[in-house]
Design a protein around this ligand. Structure first.
Ligand code: PLP
Length: 379
Protein backbone atom coordinates (compact mmCIF):
# COMPACT_ATOMS: atom_id res chain seq x y z
CA UNK A 1 0.00 0.00 0.00
CA UNK A 2 0.92 3.65 -0.39
CA UNK A 3 1.17 6.10 2.47
CA UNK A 4 -1.88 8.25 2.75
CA UNK A 5 -0.27 11.56 1.74
CA UNK A 6 -2.55 12.62 -1.11
CA UNK A 7 -6.28 13.09 -1.66
CA UNK A 8 -6.34 11.60 -5.14
CA UNK A 9 -9.05 11.69 -7.78
CA UNK A 10 -10.34 8.24 -8.60
CA UNK A 11 -8.74 7.87 -12.04
CA UNK A 12 -5.75 6.16 -13.67
CA UNK A 13 -4.35 8.01 -16.68
CA UNK A 14 -2.59 5.74 -19.14
CA UNK A 15 -1.72 8.02 -22.06
CA UNK A 16 -1.29 11.68 -22.89
CA UNK A 17 -0.73 13.90 -25.91
CA UNK A 18 0.03 17.58 -25.45
CA UNK A 19 -2.77 18.86 -23.12
CA UNK A 20 -5.02 15.82 -23.48
CA UNK A 21 -5.00 12.75 -21.22
CA UNK A 22 -6.81 9.43 -21.58
CA UNK A 23 -7.86 7.21 -18.70
CA UNK A 24 -7.79 3.42 -18.74
CA UNK A 25 -11.35 3.30 -20.11
CA UNK A 26 -10.45 5.56 -23.04
CA UNK A 27 -12.11 8.76 -21.73
CA UNK A 28 -10.27 11.96 -22.70
CA UNK A 29 -9.57 14.82 -20.30
CA UNK A 30 -8.21 18.30 -20.99
CA UNK A 31 -5.23 18.93 -18.74
CA UNK A 32 -5.10 22.52 -17.44
CA UNK A 33 -2.63 21.42 -14.72
CA UNK A 34 0.43 20.00 -16.57
CA UNK A 35 1.22 17.93 -13.50
CA UNK A 36 1.32 21.14 -11.39
CA UNK A 37 3.38 23.18 -13.83
CA UNK A 38 5.76 20.41 -14.86
CA UNK A 39 4.80 19.07 -18.28
CA UNK A 40 5.77 22.34 -19.95
CA UNK A 41 6.07 20.97 -23.51
CA UNK A 42 3.00 18.73 -23.22
CA UNK A 43 2.50 15.02 -22.67
CA UNK A 44 4.55 12.64 -24.85
CA UNK A 45 6.26 15.46 -26.72
CA UNK A 46 8.05 13.72 -29.57
CA UNK A 47 11.23 15.78 -29.45
CA UNK A 48 11.55 15.41 -25.69
CA UNK A 49 10.82 11.65 -25.74
CA UNK A 50 13.41 11.18 -28.46
CA UNK A 51 16.06 13.18 -26.59
CA UNK A 52 15.37 11.19 -23.39
CA UNK A 53 15.46 7.82 -25.24
CA UNK A 54 18.67 8.66 -27.07
CA UNK A 55 20.30 9.72 -23.81
CA UNK A 56 19.08 6.60 -22.00
CA UNK A 57 20.62 4.50 -24.74
CA UNK A 58 24.10 5.90 -24.00
CA UNK A 59 24.41 7.02 -20.34
CA UNK A 60 21.74 7.81 -17.75
CA UNK A 61 23.89 8.45 -14.71
CA UNK A 62 27.55 8.54 -13.79
CA UNK A 63 27.73 10.79 -10.63
CA UNK A 64 29.19 14.23 -10.16
CA UNK A 65 32.70 12.82 -9.70
CA UNK A 66 33.14 13.25 -13.45
CA UNK A 67 32.41 15.99 -15.97
CA UNK A 68 28.91 15.89 -17.48
CA UNK A 69 28.63 17.65 -20.85
CA UNK A 70 24.81 18.12 -20.94
CA UNK A 71 24.96 19.59 -17.42
CA UNK A 72 27.40 22.25 -18.65
CA UNK A 73 25.30 22.86 -21.77
CA UNK A 74 22.09 23.29 -19.76
CA UNK A 75 23.81 25.71 -17.38
CA UNK A 76 24.92 27.84 -20.35
CA UNK A 77 21.40 27.77 -21.82
CA UNK A 78 19.91 29.01 -18.54
CA UNK A 79 22.50 31.79 -18.31
CA UNK A 80 22.06 32.84 -21.96
CA UNK A 81 18.26 32.82 -21.87
CA UNK A 82 17.97 34.67 -18.58
CA UNK A 83 20.56 37.28 -19.59
CA UNK A 84 21.86 37.10 -16.03
CA UNK A 85 25.50 36.25 -15.36
CA UNK A 86 26.25 33.44 -12.90
CA UNK A 87 26.71 29.76 -12.26
CA UNK A 88 24.28 26.87 -11.86
CA UNK A 89 24.00 23.91 -9.45
CA UNK A 90 21.65 21.09 -10.39
CA UNK A 91 19.53 19.03 -8.00
CA UNK A 92 16.24 17.12 -8.20
CA UNK A 93 13.35 19.22 -6.96
CA UNK A 94 12.14 22.65 -5.99
CA UNK A 95 12.60 22.10 -2.28
CA UNK A 96 16.15 20.92 -2.82
CA UNK A 97 16.88 23.96 -4.99
CA UNK A 98 15.60 26.21 -2.21
CA UNK A 99 17.66 24.34 0.41
CA UNK A 100 20.71 25.01 -1.73
CA UNK A 101 19.81 28.68 -2.04
CA UNK A 102 19.54 28.91 1.76
CA UNK A 103 22.94 27.27 2.18
CA UNK A 104 24.54 29.69 -0.27
CA UNK A 105 22.94 32.62 1.57
CA UNK A 106 24.00 31.31 4.99
CA UNK A 107 27.61 30.78 3.90
CA UNK A 108 27.71 34.20 2.26
CA UNK A 109 26.36 35.67 5.52
CA UNK A 110 28.97 33.88 7.58
CA UNK A 111 31.83 35.22 5.47
CA UNK A 112 30.66 38.74 4.60
CA UNK A 113 29.88 41.46 7.11
CA UNK A 114 30.87 42.56 10.60
CA UNK A 115 28.54 40.10 12.35
CA UNK A 116 27.36 36.62 11.33
CA UNK A 117 24.23 37.16 9.27
CA UNK A 118 21.86 34.21 8.92
CA UNK A 119 18.28 35.46 9.04
CA UNK A 120 16.08 34.89 5.99
CA UNK A 121 12.85 36.83 5.55
CA UNK A 122 10.04 35.19 3.60
CA UNK A 123 6.37 36.05 3.14
CA UNK A 124 3.43 34.80 5.19
CA UNK A 125 1.56 33.47 2.19
CA UNK A 126 4.57 31.84 0.53
CA UNK A 127 5.32 28.26 -0.42
CA UNK A 128 8.92 27.05 -0.73
CA UNK A 129 8.80 23.27 -0.24
CA UNK A 130 8.27 20.41 2.18
CA UNK A 131 11.66 19.62 3.68
CA UNK A 132 12.10 20.80 7.25
CA UNK A 133 13.96 24.01 6.28
CA UNK A 134 11.80 24.88 3.28
CA UNK A 135 8.67 24.20 5.33
CA UNK A 136 10.00 26.70 7.83
CA UNK A 137 10.73 29.11 4.97
CA UNK A 138 7.12 28.61 3.86
CA UNK A 139 5.18 31.30 5.69
CA UNK A 140 1.77 29.59 5.69
CA UNK A 141 1.43 28.37 9.26
CA UNK A 142 -0.97 25.54 8.34
CA UNK A 143 2.04 23.65 6.96
CA UNK A 144 3.94 23.86 10.26
CA UNK A 145 1.67 21.80 12.52
CA UNK A 146 3.37 18.64 13.86
CA UNK A 147 6.81 19.06 12.30
CA UNK A 148 8.77 21.26 14.71
CA UNK A 149 11.20 22.08 16.09
CA UNK A 150 12.37 23.87 12.98
CA UNK A 151 15.74 25.47 12.23
CA UNK A 152 16.14 29.03 13.50
CA UNK A 153 16.62 32.12 11.43
CA UNK A 154 13.39 32.59 9.51
CA UNK A 155 11.00 35.47 9.85
CA UNK A 156 7.80 36.23 7.97
CA UNK A 157 6.65 39.50 6.49
CA UNK A 158 2.99 40.17 5.62
CA UNK A 159 3.79 41.67 2.23
CA UNK A 160 6.63 43.34 0.35
CA UNK A 161 6.33 46.58 2.36
CA UNK A 162 6.49 44.70 5.66
CA UNK A 163 9.82 43.12 4.65
CA UNK A 164 11.47 46.44 5.50
CA UNK A 165 10.16 46.19 9.09
CA UNK A 166 11.73 42.76 9.55
CA UNK A 167 15.22 43.59 8.34
CA UNK A 168 17.87 43.78 11.06
CA UNK A 169 21.66 43.39 11.33
CA UNK A 170 21.31 39.58 11.21
CA UNK A 171 19.38 39.53 7.94
CA UNK A 172 21.23 37.87 5.07
CA UNK A 173 18.46 37.26 2.56
CA UNK A 174 14.90 37.85 1.45
CA UNK A 175 13.28 34.95 -0.36
CA UNK A 176 10.11 35.52 -2.40
CA UNK A 177 8.06 34.18 -5.26
CA UNK A 178 7.24 36.96 -7.74
CA UNK A 179 3.85 35.37 -8.32
CA UNK A 180 2.83 33.25 -5.36
CA UNK A 181 1.66 29.94 -6.77
CA UNK A 182 0.41 27.64 -4.03
CA UNK A 183 -0.59 30.76 -2.09
CA UNK A 184 -3.33 31.49 -4.66
CA UNK A 185 -1.66 32.93 -7.80
CA UNK A 186 -0.85 36.37 -6.42
CA UNK A 187 1.51 38.50 -8.50
CA UNK A 188 3.41 41.28 -6.74
CA UNK A 189 3.57 44.78 -8.13
CA UNK A 190 6.50 45.11 -10.54
CA UNK A 191 7.59 48.56 -9.35
CA UNK A 192 7.46 47.49 -5.71
CA UNK A 193 9.62 44.43 -6.41
CA UNK A 194 12.12 46.48 -8.42
CA UNK A 195 12.45 48.94 -5.53
CA UNK A 196 12.93 46.09 -3.08
CA UNK A 197 15.66 44.56 -5.28
CA UNK A 198 17.46 47.91 -5.38
CA UNK A 199 17.12 48.54 -1.63
CA UNK A 200 18.40 45.07 -0.75
CA UNK A 201 21.39 45.49 -3.04
CA UNK A 202 22.29 48.72 -1.22
CA UNK A 203 22.15 46.87 2.12
CA UNK A 204 24.11 43.85 0.79
CA UNK A 205 21.13 41.62 1.61
CA UNK A 206 20.61 38.84 -0.93
CA UNK A 207 17.44 38.57 -2.96
CA UNK A 208 16.47 34.94 -3.56
CA UNK A 209 13.66 34.52 -6.08
CA UNK A 210 11.89 31.17 -5.97
CA UNK A 211 11.02 30.53 -9.62
CA UNK A 212 10.24 26.86 -9.12
CA UNK A 213 6.75 27.50 -10.49
CA UNK A 214 7.21 30.74 -12.47
CA UNK A 215 10.42 29.84 -14.34
CA UNK A 216 10.96 28.39 -17.85
CA UNK A 217 8.44 30.48 -19.82
CA UNK A 218 5.50 29.88 -17.46
CA UNK A 219 4.77 33.63 -17.44
CA UNK A 220 5.56 34.06 -21.14
CA UNK A 221 9.13 35.21 -20.40
CA UNK A 222 12.00 32.79 -19.77
CA UNK A 223 11.97 33.77 -16.08
CA UNK A 224 9.49 35.84 -14.10
CA UNK A 225 12.62 37.80 -13.12
CA UNK A 226 12.88 38.82 -16.79
CA UNK A 227 9.25 39.89 -16.75
CA UNK A 228 9.89 41.92 -13.60
CA UNK A 229 13.17 43.17 -15.07
CA UNK A 230 15.25 42.35 -11.98
CA UNK A 231 18.50 40.45 -11.51
CA UNK A 232 18.16 38.52 -8.23
CA UNK A 233 21.27 37.21 -6.47
CA UNK A 234 19.89 33.67 -6.42
CA UNK A 235 17.14 32.09 -8.52
CA UNK A 236 15.71 28.61 -7.98
CA UNK A 237 14.10 26.50 -10.70
CA UNK A 238 12.50 23.05 -10.99
CA UNK A 239 9.03 21.95 -12.22
CA UNK A 240 8.86 22.94 -15.93
CA UNK A 241 12.60 22.65 -16.54
CA UNK A 242 12.64 18.89 -17.14
CA UNK A 243 9.23 18.61 -18.81
CA UNK A 244 8.42 15.78 -16.36
CA UNK A 245 11.91 14.43 -15.65
CA UNK A 246 12.76 15.46 -12.07
CA UNK A 247 15.29 18.30 -11.97
CA UNK A 248 15.97 21.37 -9.87
CA UNK A 249 18.49 24.15 -10.33
CA UNK A 250 20.00 27.03 -8.40
CA UNK A 251 21.31 29.87 -10.45
CA UNK A 252 23.41 32.55 -8.76
CA UNK A 253 25.81 35.37 -9.41
CA UNK A 254 27.67 34.23 -6.26
CA UNK A 255 29.83 31.75 -8.12
CA UNK A 256 32.57 31.34 -5.52
CA UNK A 257 30.58 30.86 -2.28
CA UNK A 258 30.14 27.09 -2.49
CA UNK A 259 33.38 25.16 -2.70
CA UNK A 260 33.98 21.41 -3.17
CA UNK A 261 32.56 19.55 -0.18
CA UNK A 262 30.05 22.26 0.80
CA UNK A 263 27.15 20.81 -1.12
CA UNK A 264 26.23 18.05 -3.52
CA UNK A 265 23.61 15.64 -4.79
CA UNK A 266 23.91 12.06 -5.96
CA UNK A 267 21.35 12.34 -8.74
CA UNK A 268 21.49 16.09 -9.34
CA UNK A 269 22.24 17.11 -12.92
CA UNK A 270 22.65 13.61 -14.29
CA UNK A 271 22.74 12.94 -18.02
CA UNK A 272 19.08 12.07 -18.28
CA UNK A 273 17.59 15.07 -16.49
CA UNK A 274 19.92 17.65 -17.99
CA UNK A 275 19.43 16.26 -21.52
CA UNK A 276 15.67 16.63 -20.92
CA UNK A 277 16.20 20.19 -19.66
CA UNK A 278 18.19 21.14 -22.77
CA UNK A 279 15.49 19.82 -25.08
CA UNK A 280 12.69 21.52 -23.13
CA UNK A 281 14.42 24.90 -23.33
CA UNK A 282 15.21 24.48 -27.04
CA UNK A 283 11.59 23.55 -27.82
CA UNK A 284 10.25 26.51 -25.87
CA UNK A 285 12.81 28.93 -27.35
CA UNK A 286 11.48 28.07 -30.77
CA UNK A 287 7.88 28.21 -29.57
CA UNK A 288 7.94 31.49 -27.65
CA UNK A 289 6.21 33.65 -30.30
CA UNK A 290 3.32 31.13 -30.57
CA UNK A 291 3.25 31.02 -26.79
CA UNK A 292 2.41 34.74 -26.65
CA UNK A 293 -0.52 34.18 -29.03
CA UNK A 294 -1.73 31.17 -27.06
CA UNK A 295 -1.52 33.07 -23.76
CA UNK A 296 -3.79 35.75 -25.23
CA UNK A 297 -6.21 33.13 -26.49
CA UNK A 298 -6.27 31.37 -23.11
CA UNK A 299 -6.72 34.69 -21.33
CA UNK A 300 -9.73 35.68 -23.42
CA UNK A 301 -11.52 32.44 -22.64
CA UNK A 302 -10.70 32.74 -18.93
CA UNK A 303 -11.93 36.34 -18.69
CA UNK A 304 -15.09 35.33 -20.54
CA UNK A 305 -15.80 32.75 -17.81
CA UNK A 306 -15.14 35.26 -15.01
CA UNK A 307 -17.54 37.75 -16.67
CA UNK A 308 -20.26 35.19 -17.30
CA UNK A 309 -20.22 33.60 -13.84
CA UNK A 310 -20.05 36.58 -11.52
CA UNK A 311 -22.02 34.65 -8.88
CA UNK A 312 -19.00 32.39 -8.46
CA UNK A 313 -15.97 34.54 -9.30
CA UNK A 314 -14.51 37.90 -8.33
CA UNK A 315 -12.03 38.01 -11.20
CA UNK A 316 -8.86 36.65 -12.76
CA UNK A 317 -5.23 36.83 -11.59
CA UNK A 318 -1.78 35.78 -12.79
CA UNK A 319 0.51 36.11 -15.78
CA UNK A 320 1.09 34.03 -18.89
CA UNK A 321 0.07 30.40 -18.45
CA UNK A 322 -0.10 30.79 -14.66
CA UNK A 323 -3.59 31.99 -13.98
CA UNK A 324 -6.43 31.75 -11.50
CA UNK A 325 -10.13 32.41 -11.23
CA UNK A 326 -10.85 33.91 -7.82
CA UNK A 327 -13.87 32.10 -6.43
CA UNK A 328 -16.17 33.80 -3.90
CA UNK A 329 -15.19 31.28 -1.24
CA UNK A 330 -13.39 27.97 -0.71
CA UNK A 331 -16.62 25.93 -0.75
CA UNK A 332 -17.56 27.18 -4.22
CA UNK A 333 -13.96 26.69 -5.36
CA UNK A 334 -13.79 23.09 -4.13
CA UNK A 335 -17.10 22.24 -5.79
CA UNK A 336 -15.92 23.74 -9.11
CA UNK A 337 -12.69 21.72 -9.10
CA UNK A 338 -14.68 18.56 -8.41
CA UNK A 339 -17.29 19.24 -11.10
CA UNK A 340 -14.62 20.22 -13.61
CA UNK A 341 -13.08 16.79 -13.12
CA UNK A 342 -16.48 15.15 -13.61
CA UNK A 343 -16.75 17.14 -16.87
CA UNK A 344 -13.29 15.90 -17.90
CA UNK A 345 -11.24 19.04 -17.49
CA UNK A 346 -8.45 19.10 -14.90
CA UNK A 347 -7.87 22.27 -12.85
CA UNK A 348 -6.03 22.94 -9.59
CA UNK A 349 -6.73 24.50 -6.24
CA UNK A 350 -4.45 27.23 -4.87
CA UNK A 351 -4.69 29.40 -1.76
CA UNK A 352 -8.08 29.56 -0.11
CA UNK A 353 -10.27 30.54 -3.05
CA UNK A 354 -8.39 30.18 -6.33
CA UNK A 355 -9.09 27.78 -9.17
CA UNK A 356 -5.61 27.57 -10.69
CA UNK A 357 -4.65 27.00 -14.32
CA UNK A 358 -1.15 25.78 -15.28
CA UNK A 359 -1.68 24.19 -18.70
CA UNK A 360 1.17 22.80 -20.80
CA UNK A 361 2.77 25.80 -22.51
CA UNK A 362 2.24 24.11 -25.87
CA UNK A 363 -1.53 23.69 -25.38
CA UNK A 364 -3.43 24.12 -28.69
CA UNK A 365 -6.37 26.44 -29.41
CA UNK A 366 -8.56 23.40 -29.88
CA UNK A 367 -7.60 22.02 -26.46
CA UNK A 368 -8.18 25.43 -24.87
CA UNK A 369 -11.65 25.59 -26.44
CA UNK A 370 -12.63 22.07 -25.43
CA UNK A 371 -11.33 22.66 -21.89
CA UNK A 372 -13.24 25.90 -21.39
CA UNK A 373 -16.41 24.51 -22.95
CA UNK A 374 -16.26 21.65 -20.44
CA UNK A 375 -15.53 24.05 -17.60
CA UNK A 376 -18.61 26.07 -18.59
CA UNK A 377 -20.62 22.87 -18.55
CA UNK A 378 -19.31 22.18 -15.03
CA UNK A 379 -20.21 25.69 -13.85
N1 PLP B 1 8.67 26.53 -4.52
C1 PLP B 1 7.53 26.81 -5.17
C2 PLP B 1 7.22 28.22 -5.55
C3 PLP B 1 6.64 25.77 -5.50
O1 PLP B 1 5.51 26.06 -6.14
C4 PLP B 1 6.97 24.46 -5.12
C5 PLP B 1 6.05 23.34 -5.40
O2 PLP B 1 4.87 23.51 -5.60
C6 PLP B 1 8.17 24.22 -4.44
C7 PLP B 1 9.00 25.28 -4.17
C8 PLP B 1 8.57 22.83 -4.04
O3 PLP B 1 8.94 22.13 -5.17
P1 PLP B 1 9.08 20.51 -5.11
O4 PLP B 1 7.71 19.97 -4.90
O5 PLP B 1 9.66 20.17 -6.46
O6 PLP B 1 10.02 20.21 -4.01
Amino acid sequence: MLLNTYNRFDVYFVRGKNATLWDKDGNDYIDFTSGIGVVSVGHSNERLSKAICNQANSIIHISNLYKIAPQEELAELIIKNSQIKGGVFFCNSGAEANETALKIARKYGELNGKVKRYKVITLENSFHGRTISTLKATGQSKFHTYFGPFPDGFEYAKDIKDIYNKIDEKTIAVMIELIQGEGGVNPFDIGEVQRLAQDLKEKDILLIVDEVQTGIYRTGEFLASNLYDIKPDIITLAKGLGGGVPIGAVFTRLTDVLQPGDHGSTFGGNYLSTRAGIEVIKILDEYKENLKEMIEYFDNRLVEIAREFTDYFDGVSGYGMMKALRAKNSKIRDEIVKRAFENRVLVLKAGNESVRFLPPLTISKEEIDIGFDRLKGAL
